[in-house]
Write a protein of this length. Structure first.
Length: 74
């Protein structure tokens, strides 16, 4: 399994937008991203610090994106 990169929420939001996700709405400090093609939803806590690895894995799982795909999108 490839190593999980250390990324900030801003980078994850941009990567998801490249993958076809749009910002559905913002609830507090959380961005709720939605992909209309595959009807997928991902929630990203938007803070000014890197996302923890387990949280990032959860986001990638809900968005159906692999670690390699994320690295290419970054």
């Amino acid at each position: 399994m490839p190593k999980i990169p250390v990324v900030k929420p801003k980078e994850v939001v941009k990567a998801l937008q490249k993958k076809g996700f749009i910002t559905d709405h913002i609830s507090g400090s959380h961005y709720i991203m939605y992909n209309t093609d595959k009807t997928l939803r991902a929630t990203i806590a938007y803070h000014n610090k890197p996302i923890k690895r387990k949280t990032l894995m959860s986001i990638l799982k809900s968005a159906e994106i692999s670690i390699d795909e994320l690295k290419k999108l970054l």
